[in-house]
Every structure is written in structure tokens, then in C-alpha cells.
Design a protein around this ligand. Structure first.
Ligand SMILES: [Zn+2]
Ligand SMILES: [Zn+2]
Length: 735
């Protein structure tokens, strides 16, 4: 991140003597001379662009007098570790050099400097120095070495520094893995324009790319990935191009250009200025777009533009077989017959730590992290004081959208997106990443936390780790963990009310929970104060429930509420969305988790204000019970009746959203009054639905309540480990 060179430059300018060094505890500055205090002040108040100071302390010490200021060798120290920096998108200066015909890095795909380039993905061990990265195999040429040694140069101590003479180089492979002749970039661009699928070795792993305007190519890529409908991410050259596809708000533009350069989810334009395939994100009101974040991407898009004479838009999605982590080696990619691409654009700089592209949802002014990975991991999330972790915790997360969390003191290190844990390769990836995180963060867990579900792969893994290490195991209820995650991220004053809505979580009564109002107290104890009334679910063999089947079962029960049923009792809001999506005909078969709910949100007419429950939602809520129960039956019957009588699905979907928001708001308001609470934490994957989130927040605010939701930690199960860590932080240590 160029911290040491920055300090060096500043010290030299101020005439300060001494040294600066990386250690596994952080950066250590030794300053002597009249301006020493001024140097420290300046470092503290204006650190360089990509750096973030998270702690600062000054001590007086005796040392030999220095005659100048130097960058000392890295040293290793015990204790709490230094933050390994995330990968940073290409900076404007490097981008300029790559585009400048007279520059020695003209057209060079691995150009970087102290302000940009790979970090986490190339780091093998700490402290961060070239010999402990995958760049160690490349010996710097004289010109690069001169830059690296020159304190006045932008590449002073830039560990991945490289040029066409001495650094990594591109290769292009054919379908069988044989090296092809010709310029790799030109050949890859030609293949894309012919409708082929190109695997590109990106920063954190392989991406599968194709021409986003070519229906046949997109359809083939979907078949290859066995991913019929789930949205695919796009890459385009600039914010200006993104604006021809989506409504790009100020926040979204800032995110697109940010050092993390995530995929940003933004509303599709009704009349786009660029025509892309309708297969990119069907039944979805958003598109996920990112900008090129490495020179390799920029160069490929440039070749596409030159060859086709039009504005290039690429599909760029992670190359990974179902349930497996992202491919990060050529061997892995080619051993996976199902996804072997037509052409592979790769290079000889190995990826040490696989890391998927991050995803941030930015429908309006708020930006909510959906997947926290490249550009964010392994930077820790800071915990506000009341949530500090006394005994270091390893929280293993859930089975889907998995991440783990290592937390100690005020820092919570979330792993990059690991995905589902249903394959040996993911478990392998999990354990390898965990070992590195423990070393780098310098955290030795004294407690293991996992979900309450006894059959989760993650729970069994946690049991094994706890036994192997002789540590106590804490089981945390799924939705309580979601609430704790939001409370801790935002430093919410407890007690507070949590509204946790999602697809599935194991309840304390062994039912499937998923629409829960939870009172969370300062000691992290909690009580379930309300939930969606139970409906019984059929046994479902697939991970992704079939909306049509859920609808049939649910409607049957709504019509005959008195009859007792077989099946699993379920209070999931996700399943209710599934049922309504099927009843209205918006989505009868979902091929990915949350697909039906996303389609229902996309179908809803935003201007429709009607609902099915009146102002006090009296028909739906049973205020007499404890916990309170919101009955879904009447709502389902309304939906079914209106659909049968020919009301357009867009209106029914809107009224359904309005009804759910209203019923949740009335229930939450009642509970806050009864228990003297002022803040409501919205959490769980269902609140990625912007309509539901915004409507409920507005209703709560109108009642004088504060409605908050997490932004840096995913609301979905990607943030579960963070919540588990917070819940387990204060527990007693006796096993
Ligand atoms: Zn740069
Ligand atoms: Zn060089």
C-alpha cells in the first residue's frame, strides 16, 4: 500500500532521521530530529490514499543516532498481526502509462505501483515483502530495481513491481490446454467476438468471459456453468458505458471507481443505450456491473473495441463448478471438463489466495455489501467498544454463502467468500484460508462458534475443530446471529429489536425459522418476541425449494387452517415469497436460492400503494399470543383470489410487498412500545429486497423508531459468521 515509501518521502522532506519498517504488528516508525513530532502528526492525519490507520501509539525510546531516514528490513514479532492489504484496482497513473505508446510499460498487463495492484491474492506469508509473495520468482531488471530503490519514485518498494522485460507475461491456451501462437490479447479478443468463451486469469481467480451482446454465447456460458438464470456480472470500460445500461447514482459511480472495484448492482434502464443479451439477468430489475480493475482487463476491452469498432461489454463471471470455489490454477481449470473454456488467457504469476469478485448492491443512495471478497478481504471490520471480543473467537459461518470470522479485541477478520461447503474442494479452501488468517491476524481462537443446526457441514466442522484444539463450542441460533451482526457493525445500543427475515434457519424448537422478531440484550441473551405463523413444508430434496410445490402446500393450509399437517413447520419469509411468486405466475420454478423473491420484487409496480391488511393489520396479527404471530394464511388467500379474478401480477406483487411491510411494521411498533425499545435492526437475506427494506424502514421511521441495516457486512448468510462471533464473544470459557 506504499505506506513505508510515503513515510520515507515525508521524513526526507522534513529532514527527520530514523527508520520505518513493516512488522507483523504493524508499521513501526523511528523518528529523530526537530521535526520528529511533526512527521508523526502528518502520518497520523493524512495517510496515503489506500491506507487506513486503525491504531496509533507513540513511545519515547533510546536508540543510536541515525544520519538519514531509511526503510528497514521487515521484522517479525509475536502478538496481534498486521492487516494484510486487499487487492487494489489499477490507479489512474498506472492506467495512463499502460496506454501511453512511449512508456516502457505500454500495453503491459501487470503494471502496478505502491498505490495499486495485487496484494492479498499474491501474499504467501507475512510480513508483506516480495520474497513472500508469488512475485518472488521474477527478478527485477535494472530499470525496475532503480524504481524500487528510489525514494522519490512511485514504485519505491512496490513489492509486485514489474515490466515487460522482467515481469510476468501472458499466454493463450486452446481448448486442450496447448499454447496458441499469436498475440494473446488479440487472439482472446478475436475469440470473444466469434462468440467463444474465454477463461481469463484475473486477480483472485479465473473468470469466464464472453460477448454480452451475443445471445448464443451467453446461453452457452450458462450451460457450461449449469446456471440457467442466476444473474451474470458484466464488465465495461467506464462509468459512462455503465450509464448506458443502468441508472448509476453518485454512490454507485464512486463504488465502481473505488480501489475495491466491486460488481455494483444497479437498476436497469427501461430504454438502455446499449443492447445486451436478455439472458444476462432475466427477471431481475438490476444489472451487476464492474469496471476493469487490472491492466489485463483494460487491455482486453481495448482490443475488443479496436477489433469490433463498438463499445465492448463483457460477461465476466467466476469460473467455478457448482459448489466448488473459484478456479485459481490452469491445472484446476482444465481438469474440470465441464467448464473447460474455448480459449484461456493466462499468465505465469500464481494466485496464492483465491478471491471472488465482491458484489455491492446500490439501488439508490445506500450501498449494501452482498458479497465481501476481493478488494475488501482480508481487511478487518472494526467492532465498536461495547462489542469488543474478550476471548478470541473462530466463528465458522453457515453452509451456504459461507465465510468464516476470526475476531479478537476490536477486530473481526472475515474470510473472502467461500461459497457453499458441500464439496471437498471448498472444505480444503476453507481450511487453507483459515490457517493463513490465523497466522496473519495473529489470533489463536479460544472459543469456536457455529450454527445451531446439527446437520450443517459447518457445525460438524466446528465440532471437529473444537475437539482437536480442546476449545469450547458455542452454538448460535441463526437469526440471533443475523441480528447481532447488524447491531455490532453499527454499534447499536442494546437492548434493541431485530427483524430477521430470510429463507431458512434452524429454530430452537427445531422448526424452520425465517421471519423472526428478536429482542437482543446487552449481554447477548435474546428472546423471540414474534414470528410469521407456521405453515408446513413438504420434505424438499433440493437446496433450492420449488415455488410451485411450496405454493400448493401453503394454499391448501391457508384454506383449511384447522387441519393438522405432516411436514416441517416453517416461519420463513423466503418461502412465503416463493409461494406468492408461484401463485401470481411470476416464477414457478427457481433455479437459484432467492430467485423467486427477486423476480417478485422486479415484478412489483412501485407506485401501487394498496395492501391486503388495512392500517392496523389486525386480520393478520395475533396480538394475544406470546410470541406474537403474524398469520400468512389470509394474505395468501387474498393473493390467490386477486390473481384468479385477473388482477395483473405487477399489482398483486406490489400489494403483497406493501402488506408484508405493513404487518412487520405494526408488529415491530407494538413490541418496541411494550419493551421500551427505540431501534430496529433489519437483517437477513430478505432485506436485500430494496422494496421491502425501504418500505418497512419508512413505516418504522414514521412511528418514531430508528430502522438500521448492515452495509459493510452482508445481510445474507455471508455475514452469519460475523454475528456468531459477536454472540460468542462474551461466553464463559469452561468447555
Ligand atoms: Zn498504480
Ligand atoms: Zn523490469
Amino acid at each position: 500500500m506504499g505506506f513505508r515509501p510515503f513515510v520515507h518521502r515525508l521524513a526526507t522532506r522534513l529532514g527527520v532521521q530514523g527508520s520505518v519498517a513493516n512488522s507483523s504488528r504493524g508499521v513501526i516508525i523511528l523518528a529523530q530530529g526537530g521535526n520528529a513530532a511533526r512527521l508523526l502528526d502528518l502520518v497520523r492525519c493524512c495517510p496515503p490514499g489506500a491506507a487506513r490507520i486503525t491504531g496509533f501509539s507513540v513511545t519515547r525510546t533510546l536508540s543510536r543516532p541515525y544520519t538519514r531516514f531509511l526503510i528497514a528490513q521487515s521484522r517479525r514479532a509475536g502478538g496481534v498481526g498486521v492487516d494484510v492489504t486487499p487487492d487494489i484496482a489499477t490507479c489512474p497513473q498506472c492506467a495512463r502509462e499502460v496506454s501511453l505508446p512511449t512508456d516502457r510499460r505500454h500495453g503491459y498487463a501487470f503494471t502496478n505501483c505502491t498505490q495499486c495492484g495485487p496484494r492479498y491474492s499474491i501474499t504467501e506469508s507475512i510480513p508483506y515483502d516480495r520474497e513472500r509473495t508469488t512475485m518472488r520468482r521474477f527478478r527485477m531488471c535494472l530499470a525496475c530495481k532503480r524504481e524500487y530503490d528510489d525514494p522519490g519514485n512511485r514504485r519505491f518498494h512496490a513489492q509486485p513491481n514489474a515490466c515487460p522485460v522482467c515481469g510476468p507475461s501472458l499466454t493463450i491456451l486452446d481448448r486442450t490446454g496447448q499454447v496458441m501462437t499469436g498475440d494473446p490479447l488479440v487472439e482472446a479478443a478475436k475469440a470473444i467476438l466469434k462468440g467463444r468463451i474465454v477463461a481469463l486469469k484475473s486477480i483472485g481467480g479465473f473468470q469466464l468471459c464472453c460477448d454480452a451482446t451475443n445471445d448464443a454465447a451467453v446461453a452457452r456460458l450458462r450451460r457450461l456453468k449449469s446456471r440457467p438464470h442466476k444473474p451474470l456480472a458484466l464488465m465495461c470500460e467506464s462509468v459512462a458505458t455503465a450509464r448506458r445500461l443502468c441508472a448509476v447514482g453518485k454512490n454507485a459511480a464512486r463504488l465502481l471507481r473505488s480501489p475495491a472495484a466491486p460488481v455494483v448492482l444497479m437498476p436497469k434502464l427501461a430504454r438502455p443505450g446499449l443492447l445486451i443479451s436478455g439472458l444476462i439477468a432475466p427477471s431481475n430489475k438490476c444489472l451487476g456491473v464492474m469496471l476493469p480493475y487490472s491492466p489485463l482487463h483494460t487491455l482486453l476491452l481495448g482490443r475488443l473495441r479496436t477489433l469490433s469498432r463498438r463499445c465492448p461489454v463483457l460477461v465476466a463471471t467466476s469460473a467455478n463448478p457448482k459448489d466448488d470455489p473459484i478456479h485459481h490454477t490452469e491445472r484446476g481449470l482444465y481438469s474440470d471438463r465441464s467448464s473447460a473454456p474455448d480459449v484461456c488467457l493466462c499468465h505465469d504469476r500464481p494466485i496464492a489466495n483465491p478471491c471472488d469478485d465482491s458484489v455491492v448492491s446500490c439501488p439508490g443512495n445506500v450501498a449494501i455489501v452482498v458479497r465481501r471478497s476481493r478488494g475488501y478481504a482480508p481487511q478487518p471490520v472494526r467492532l465498536p467498544r461495547p462489542f469488543h471480543v474478550k476471548h478470541p473467537v473462530l466463528a465458522v459461518g453457515g453452509d451456504m454463502r459461507n465465510s468464516f470470522c476470526l475476531a479478537a479485541g476490536d477486530r473481526a477478520f472475515l474470510s473472502p467468500h467461500i461459497g457453499s461447503l458441500f464439496s471437498d474442494r471448498s472444505l480444503d479452501f476453507y481450511l487453507r484460508t483459515l490457517a493463513r488468517y490465523e497466522e496473519w491476524a495473529g489470533i489463536r481462537p479460544r472459543v469456536v462458534a457455529c450454527d445451531l443446526h446439527p446437520d450443517y457441514v459447518s457445525s460438524r466442522l466446528a465440532e471437529r475443530l473444537a475437539v482437536e484444539r480442546g476449545l469450547p463450542l458455542v452454538r448460535v441460533q441463526h437469526h440471533a446471529a443475523h441480528v447481532a451482526a447488524v447491531a455490532a457493525e453499527l454499534g447499536v445500543r442494546l437492548p434493541a429489536l431485530g427483524v430477521a427475515c430470510d429463507g431458512t434457519g434452524f429454530g430452537t424448537d427445531q422448526a424452520v425459522w425465517g421471519c423472526e422478531m428478536i429482542l437482543l440484550r446487552p449481554d447477548m441473551s435474546w428472546t423471540r418476541l414474534a414470528h410469521l405463523g407456521y405453515l408446513f413444508l413438504p420434505p424438499m430434496p433440493n437446496e433450492v425449494p420449488n415455488p410451485a410445490v411450496v405454493a400448493r402446500w401453503y394454499l391448501h393450509q391457508a384454506r383449511r387452517p384447522a387441519v393438522r399437517r405432516a411436514g416441517t413447520p416453517c416461519s420463513s419469509l423466503g418461502r412465503l415469497f416463493d409461494a406468492v411468486a408461484a401463485v401470481t405466475g411470476v416464477c414457478r420454478h427457481a433455479t437459484f436460492d432467492g430467485g423467486a423473491a427477486i423476480a417478485l420484487e422486479a415484478a412489483a409496480t412501485r407506485s401501487e400503494k394498496g395492501n391486503y391488511c388495512g392500517d392496523n393489520a389486525g386480520e393478520a396479527i395475533d396480538f394475544g399470543q406470546s410470541p406474537l404471530v403474524i398469520h400468512p394464511g389470509p394474505l395468501l388467500l387474498h393473493v390467490s383470489r386477486e390473481t384468479r379474478t385477473g388482477t395483473p401480477a405487477a399489482l398483486v406483487a406490489a400489494r403483497f410487498h406493501n402488506t408484508v411491510a405493513k404487518a412487520l411494521a405494526v408488529t415491530a411498533r407494538t413490541l418496541c412500545r411494550r419493551h421500551g425499545l427505540a431501534t430496529v435492526c433489519l437483517c437477513g437475506g430478505s432485506f436485500q429486497n430494496a422494496v421491502l427494506r425501504e418500505d418497512l424502514s419508512a413505516l418504522l421511521r414514521r412511528s418514531g423508531l430508528q430502522a438500521v441495516t448492515g452495509v459493510r457486512v452482508p445481510l445474507n448468510d455471508g455475514g452469519l459468521s460475523f454475528g456468531q462471533a459477536v454472540m460468542a464473544r462474551g461466553c464463559s470459557l469452561s468447555p
